[in-house]
Design a binder for this molecule. Structure first.
Ligand SMILES: NC(=O)c1ccc[n+]([C@@H]2O[C@H](COP(=O)([O-])OP(=O)(O)OC[C@H]3O[C@@H](n4cnc5c(N)ncnc54)[C@H](OP(=O)(O)O)[C@@H]3O)[C@@H](O)[C@H]2O)c1
Length: 311
């Protein structure tokens, strides 16, 4: 048996329950993982905020985790090859990462780089793959000047690091208290709010080649549209309606093309993290039983790094 957070209804945090669940023995193509850290993302609570198909309830919460293999299905290898009881691994994308133990598809399980802690490994891939896809769809390359809205957030800092590796210059919006985070990863911070467009024009008089929005506020959309002429070089992960209205790109993990790209990029992101070229800042960990308090922090003021739940 395991303890797992599930949504028993659609709604806010009050619909989440810390349930006792069976952990099935792994069949061929599956492994069982003793979870040491569950990664946390806004999608965890947004996914169950509303819905009408009650047949999917209860919905297990959480898309990524890190832990230790406790059982391997017959004739089964994990995605990075091999895979034995006792191996340290990370898994993404899974259904129900907020748990003490889980049986998942071996194709979504990778060896954990030794230099990453369990909370770091558990938080690498959702934000990392989202950031990678944002850079991919906007064709960011060496020499580009890129504007990142929400550069101090989880996706933002991964975008900065991956854009710098591509050889781009990055200007990132943040509140002043987060400027040091943006600068730490090699981007130039600029305050969001009134006058943003002018401040960006001053920093980049020769123009912005691509705009990547992790925020979804009207200001971010308007400034992106004013500064980047080519709609194919604007992307958002948080402003679906404005993207449809203005004709730029919205991407999301449940869209088939995004899901395929994000699956394909996982090994590369893990290699970058193993080399120390992609860092996951973790702000705080909580016991798994305190998931509600952790989610309240995630929903409220930006915690200054990723959060993880420790069973
Ligand atoms: N579509 C997808 O595939 C996908 C994937 C992952 C995430 N998301 C969504 O993307 C968003 C960001 O996720 P995350 O995990 O990076 O969240 P996060 O770590 O909480 O970061 C949010 C950031 O937004 C910044 N911010 C707040 N108000 C802002 C404003 N008016 N202008 C510019 N920046 C502002 C905050 O910066 P300061 O603290 O400096 O104010 C904070 O760093 C969430 O809405 C999430 O649901 C979508």
């Amino acid at each position: 048996m395991a303890r797992q957070w599930v949504a028993t209804d659609f709604g806010g945090l009050e619909v989440l329950e810390f349930a006792e669940v069976e952990v099935p023995a792994p069949s061929e193509g599956e492994v069982t993982i003793d979870v040491r850290a569950a990664g946390m993302n806004p999608a965890d609570y947004k996914h169950v905020a509303s819905g009408s198909d009650r047949s999917i309830l209860p919905v297990p919460i959480g898309y990524e985790l890190a832990g230790v293999i406790t059982a391997v299905g017959p004739s089964t290898q994990i995605a990075s090859g091999g895979g034995a009881v006792g191996d340290e691994v990370l898994a993404f994308r899974v259904a129900g990462g907020y748990t003490s133990s889980i049986t998942v598809a071996a194709a979504d399980v990778f060896a954990k780089p030794a230099n990453l802690s369990f909370p770091e490994a558990a938080n690498l891939l959702l934000a990392g793959a989202t950031a990678s896809e944002m850079l991919h769809v906007t064709r960011v390359a060496a020499g580009d000047t890129v504007l990142v809205h929400g550069a101090s957030g989880a996706v933002g800092v991964s975008v900065i690091q991956q854009a710098k590796l591509l050889g781009a210059r990055v200007i990132g919006t943040a509140s002043e208290k987060s400027f040091s985070v943006v600068a730490r990863f090699g981007a130039e911070p600029v305050a969001y709010g009134d006058g943003l467009e002018q401040r960006v024009r001053q920093l980049a008089p020769h123009g912005i080649d691509a705009a990547l929005d992790t925020v979804g506020m009207d200001e971010a959309v308007r400034v992106s549209l004013d500064l980047v002429g080519d709609l194919g070089r604007i992307v958002t992960i948080a402003a679906a309606n404005q993207a449809a209205e203005h004709g730029f790109r919205m991407i999301g993990g449940s869209m088939p093309a995004s899901a395929a790209y994000r699956r394909s990029i996982r090994s590369q992101l893990i290699r970058l993290a193993a080399d120390g070229a992609l860092v996951v800042p973790v702000a705080r960990t909580f016991p798994l039983s305190d998931a509600i308090a952790a989610l309240e922090l995630l929903k409220g003021e930006h915690p200054g790094g990723k959060l993880a739940l420790i069973p």
